[in-house]
Design a protein around this ligand. Structure first.
Ligand code: BMA
Length: 301
């Protein structure tokens, strides 16, 4: 059984790989598309607002970043005032032949969740807002369960930051909200948690990465854990890591725009059980770590 192996070429993408001027590139969603690896990366533009650009690779490690943005706040004609300060942190879920993107729209109204779909990562159909503020870290399940679509997200209410589940007949109208996971007090995730990747189906349940945050004095540390949800009743937590699986260790994870952050919103599972976790160090680059499904399941026991 393999543990987590951070790639020795990390960071695999930095802002010098982007063919136009950006402040930073980080927090990509990840999928296999036409047998290639495709990332939808967040780029913070020189004015401080974020948009998305794709990056593609044959092997999952060496990426070429596209020479123009694929999605910008200005593309959101019907809901521009809610994304005026940027779009951030896309999670990508393939459902049949369509890719659904859930991401943060940021504005004076605080963060909220936007849903879009695409078949080719060139043309996007923007469905619009699927949460009230303040909410982020949303991921959709890759198939229907009991005849419904399901999503997790992370509303912030007062000082609560828990992961909630909801269901929908059509991906647009959501209801039956339920809090399924709260921060484990006194540990690495004591302050807040949020989803980090679309759930992957395994024989034992839905595997999902999540992040946990702990504050120390004036600084905070973001680490990544893993949780297992029941296949048919996804509101039941079957197991959850006691210790984080990815955490800041190296300079590229400790030093950057926001120090001491390892943050993920995308991973890719291979046929043989290997998993590539794409994550960012210090909100400033893109890294990859490899592991496998059996190790992740063992961490949830
Ligand atoms: C979260 C999100 C992420 C970011 C992380 C660490 O709230 O905004 O985009 O990577 O904070 O700064």
């Amino acid at each position: 059984m393999k543990e987590i192996k951070k790639c020795n070429k990390n960071p695999i993408i930095t802002k010098s790989d982007v063919p136009f001027i950006v402040n930073s590139i980080f927090n990509p969603g990840a999928v296999k598309f036409n047998d290639r690896y495709l990332l939808v990366c967040r780029v913070e533009m020189p004015d401080g607002r974020s948009s998305f650009v794709t990056a593609e690779s044959d092997n999952g490690y060496d990426f070429k970043v596209a020479d123009k943005l694929c999605l910008t706040p200005e593309d959101h004609k019907e809901c521009y005032e809610y994304v005026e300060w940027g779009i951030e942190d896309p999670r990508i879920t393939p459902v049949d032949d369509t890719f659904y993107l859930t991401y943060t729209g940021y504005s004076k109204y605080e963060p909220l969740v936007i849903l879009a779909e695409t078949k080719d990562f060139e043309k996007f159909k923007i469905h619009g807002i699927i949460s009230e503020p303040s909410n982020k870290d949303c991921a959709v399940f890759p198939e229907q369960i009991n005849g419904y679509y399901w999503k997790v997200d992370r509303p912030t209410a007062g000082n609560r930051n828990d992961i909630w589940l909801s269901k929908s007949p059509d991906m647009i109208h959501w209801g039956e909200y339920k809090c399924i996971m709260e921060p484990s007090k006194g540990t690495w995730e004591t302050q807040k948690i949020g989803n980090s990747s679309p759930p992957i189906k395994t024989k034992d349940g839905w595997l999902m990465l999540y992040h946990g945050v702990r504050g120390f004095g004036s600084s905070i540390i973001y680490k990544i854990g893993v949780v297992l949800l029941d296949l048919n009743k996804p509101w039941i937590i079957k197991g959850r890591t006691k210790v984080p699986i990815i955490f800041p260790e190296y300079d590229y994870e400790r030093i950057g725009d926001v120090g001491n952050v390892t943050f993920s919103n995308g991973w890719i599972a291979e046929q043989d059980g290997e998993v590539k976790i794409y994550y960012s160090g210090a909100d400033s680059n893109i890294c990859v770590a490899t592991t496998n499904i059996n190790y992740l399941l063992s961490m949830c026991k």
